[in-house]
Write a protein that binds this ligand. Sequence first.
Ligand SMILES: C[S@@+](CC[C@H](N)C(=O)[O-])C[C@H]1O[C@@H](n2cnc3c(N)ncnc32)[C@H](O)[C@@H]1O
Length: 279
Amino acid sequence: MNAYENYAAVSADYDRTRVPIGVEVILGCLAASGGPLASSRLLDAGCGTGGYSAALRPHLGAIDAVDLNPSMLGVARAKLDRTPGCPVTLHEASIDALPFEDACFDMVMVNQVLHHLPDSPHDGRPLLRRVLGGLARVLRPGGAAMINTCSHEQLRRGWWYATLVPGAVEAMCRRHADTAELTRLLAEAGLRPRGRFVPSDAVMQGDAYFDGRGALDPAWRRGDSLWSLVSESELARAIDRIRALDEAGTLDAFVAEQDRMRPSIGQIGFHYAVREPGA
Ligand SMILES: C[S@@+](CC[C@H](N)C(=O)[O-])C[C@H]1O[C@@H](n2cnc3c(N)ncnc32)[C@H](O)[C@@H]1O
């Protein structure tokens, strides 16, 4: 169902350039939605290599983590074997057909997954609606949903390399429901929007992000699925430009200049919503 990124290949490198950012935002919103965290059950929908589950498990009662990709789940399993905290049960399943009973979770979260749904903005995003409806179904009334995604502004101005690959960035924007659209779809699914929170100083790829030469390395590029949408010609132009800047000794200055908006707009935002009693 994931149409463009090959996560079987990505799984081995994913954690080199990916860190779970905004854990404090998730914990804050979950704590505000009632019930003791320490006995709460959380769904991590599209868990990938389990970074968020690993970071959250010391604080919670139980986690169920779902992903479509067995390779990503394999990396998650190995990581979770090494980290302390509550029980985490891994499930190989799609988030549009969640294998859980109604209202069995106190909290659900989705981190950087929704743009992988093969939806079109022109057909009303039926898959996204189905996923949000499924999340509302498994969440108890009053429970909290955290949806971690990027706004179009963040996609265009929150990464130093965005201007090098504008075609891919626009393709990525089409895959993302922007803030207003997602807010509306959450409400339609019975998840009452309570706010959007941006951990503006956090960088999704950790320190690796600041390495301009990193973009020359396919393993580095696998840390951001944007690069899967870059055409061969756009990639060749981007690489030529980076090499030219490097040879001229101006690559670091270029990265800093292109990165100037990120510290204020951030790279991601968390939509926080609460399940309506009657949803
Ligand atoms: C960018 S990764 C995010 C992983 C993790 N949530 C994180 O933030 O590190 C996207 C993940 O979504 C998974 N995925 C994509 N479509 C899915 C679907 N329909 N059901 C379950 N997982 C899906 C992919 O296999 C991949 O592991």
